[in-house]
Write a protein that binds this ligand. Structure first.
Ligand code: MSP
Length: 625
């Protein structure tokens, strides 16, 4: 037996239209998991592909006056390149159900199930939902429509082959009870148990009058039901019946990642096919949530699909991947908005990560002539080393549980711990005091944290890890997860500063004219104001000005000097460490010879004045709008 392979799949997508951000969501998630497992040293088989048969595709092709294969081929080509290529989808195999290798496997399986009596011929009378390619009995319809998607169904009465689901009902039910990890998250497991308890009817697994599909062996008037054909791709790609070595090491699959609407196919029909073939079941079927636009699922049929290639062109691969992987807890539904993508990029990537890198490399440049100090063992306070060790283990646990967004959140907690560490340690003061050992340890700790972050981020982001490493003076790409352990010896390395890791994105949402009156400003005018969260670092009296205080306010990227007319209302010492809202894009103005680079927001009432602050602390630089 070969070395065991960690096998992960995505659904194979219908090439009936171009794919949208919802499809990219599943595929990027599977890619991050695959990359993570490669990094920890697993041999990985990551498979995606296209589900090309069926009535829906046949109909679409006909409408275009094309043969089905002619119709799908350019769409499939586009999915592979540019779509998956640009998003860095590192699949090991891309399976098309129109390939010969797949047709052979499907036909052999079908034949075997006929021979052993699990598939038999009968008459189907019922309903068919064409967009979902699913069969429904009269009693399951809701208001005469498909109970899953609500769209109209068509009546079908014809000779058909049936798959004996009923025969396996109890076995499947017991299996799910005995294997709590098989269907995840748990809510989907409960749904499926209820569905099975309501009783499984034998499933029609062939169609007549549909020419676009894999013919039933020896009975070519029937083509095999597209879902039977599609699910089998997971066996074909694992080498079943044609590559014994691969199959022995790859099957059963570790994870089938699917959207929640197709969990039923993967946890009822699919395991029963496998049981009938005497094959072990996959370890996990994980049904993730939907990306929504407003309240509705993003999808072609609703006309609210967002093109991932456009987003890639506008924002680049890492902001897009980071947003998809981080924004929504994996498993739950979540709203997609472009504004949130911009915000995540500006706050997490540009601000938290980008600034940590630029501040660290700048300080190593300034205080250590650019060479990376080594750790003076024993004199480090261990704050960052401890946090890094914790995050290292958390990321492992989260990734093993497919909690992808939690893993990223942990990594950013480490990044923010390091940002806070700079404020606590004040390397500039250590330099002034010529405290070389302490300064070296702080600088080393920051550098080392960034190196670790570059390792930890490798499964998620494609370009940033190597760009971080380059600035840190590292030349080797990340090869192993274990490199994320604290204590690397940087002797002889020098930092190489470059421009910002992630430039801030200026966000301009196009706004159509509303019912603005003469005195109201449009939202586009309001958006011209750049309000940001800042933290007051120093506050001092301005000699000769009884109303003014001179403040320095850190705005996420730098310290700004702000002269503010609040002296009568606040004692300088009380202001230090307070968060405030800075108007960041005012033209500088001079007061008493001091250039003020912005204003603070404050409310006033009958001579009383109060600075405006976020109710809960926010990272400096977070936009206020
Ligand atoms: N061809 C079948 C799957 C066969 S698998 C043996 C199919 N294809 S599909 O093109 O409709 O893709 C469905 C999958 O795309 C979903 O299961 C999900 O993974 C992804 N998504 C499509 N729209 C989505 C959202 N709005 N949100 C999240 N994922 C979405 O079904």
């Amino acid at each position: 037996m070969g070395e065991s392979v960690w096998y992960i799949t995505t659904p194979i997508y219908y090439p009936s239209d171009s794919l949208h951000v919802g499809h990219a969501y599943t595929t990027v998630a599977a890619d991050a998991l695959a990359r993570y497992h490669r990094l920890v040293g697993d041999r990985v088989l990551f498979v995606t592909g296209t589900d090309e048969h069926g009535q829906k595709i046949q109909k679409k092709a006909l409408e275009k006056g094309q043969k089905p294969l002619e119709f799908v081929t350019p769409i499939v080509k586009f999915i592979r390149d540019p779509l998956w290529k640009r998003l860095g989808i590192s699949y090991d195999d891309f399976i098309r159900t129109t390939e010969d290798r797949h047709r052979h496997v499907v036909q052999q399986i079908f034949q075997r199930l006929v021979e052993q009596g699990d598939i038999y011929k009968g008459i189907y009378e019922g309903w068919y939902c064409l967009p979902d390619e699913s069969y429904w009995t009269e009693s399951k319809l809701v208001d005469g429509n498909c109970p899953d998607c609500g769209r109209p169904v068509e009546k079908v009465t014809q000779e058909s082959y049936f798959f004996r689901l009923s025969h396996y009902q109890n076995r499947l039910h017991q299996y799910i009870l005995d294997h709590p990890e098989f269907i995840q998250p748990t809510s989907r497991r409960h749904e499926m148990l209820n569905f099975i308890e309501a009783g499984l009817e034998d499933l029609s697994v062939s169609r007549m009058g549909v020419s676009w599909g894999i013919p039933v062996p020896g009975d070519p008037d029937h083509v095999i039901y597209v879902w039977f054909d599609a699910l089998t791709n997971y066996l074909t790609a694992a080498g079943y019946l044609h590559d014994t070595d691969l199959f022995q090491s790859a099957w059963p699959a570790n994870v089938h990642l699917v959207g929640k609407e197709i969990v039923r196919f993967h946890t009822v029909i699919w395991p029963i096919i496998l049981m009938a073939l005497d094959l072990p079941l996959p370890d996990r079927v994980f049904g993730h949530g939907w990306l929504l636009i407003g309240q509705a699922k993003m999808g072609k049929s609703l006309g609210n699909a967002v093109d991932p290639v456009e987003l890639f062109d506008r924002y680049g691969v890492d902001p897009l991947r980071h947003y998809l992987l981080r924004e929504v807890p994996f498993g739950a539904d979540g709203s997609y908005t472009e504004a949130a993508l911009v915000l995540r990029t500006n706050v997490d990537l540009a601000n938290d990560l980008g600034n940590l890198l630029s501040r660290t490399t700048a300080m190593i440049d300034r205080f250590h002539q650019g060479t990376v100090p080594s750790l003076d063992v024993g004199s480090d306070d261990g704050v960052l080393a401890k946090e890094a060790a914790l995050v290292y283990r958390e990321v492992e646990t989260f990734m093993n549980n497919l909690a992808i967004s939690d893993a990223l959140t942990s990594i950013f907690r480490l990044i923010n711990r390091a940002n806070k560490y700079i404020e606590e340690q004040k390397p500039w003061d250590l330099a002034k005091r010529h405290d070389g050992v302490a300064l070296d340890n702080v600088l080393y700790g920051l550098w080392e944290t960034l190196r670790i972050v570059s390792v930890l981020l490798t499964p998620f982001l494609l370009e940033a890890p190597n760009r971080i490493r380059k600035q840190l003076g590292l030349t080797e790409p990340v090869l192993q997860y274990r490199e994320a352990l604290f204590g690397f010896n940087p002797s002889g390395l020098s930092v190489r500063r470059e421009g910002p890791l992630f430039p801030r994105i200026e966000w301009k949402e196009s706004v159509t004219a509303g019912d603005d009156t003469d005195h109201a400003i449009g939202v586009e005018d309001f958006r011209k104001l750049d309000f940001r969260v800042g933290t007051i670092r120093t506050a001092e009296i301005v000699p000769g000005a009884d109303r003014l205080l001179k403040l320095t306010v850190f705005d996420g990227s730098r310290d700004r000097t702000i002269v503010s007319g609040i002296r009568l209302h606040y004692a300088p010492a009380d202001l230090i460490g307070q968060q405030v809202v800075v108007v960041a894009n005012l033209k500088p103005a001079t007061f008493k010879g001091i250039v003020s680079e912005g204003m603070l927001l404050a409310g006033s009432h009958e001579g009383e004045l109060s600075l405006v602050a976020p109710i809960r602390p926010l990272p400096e630089g977070a936009p206020v709008k």
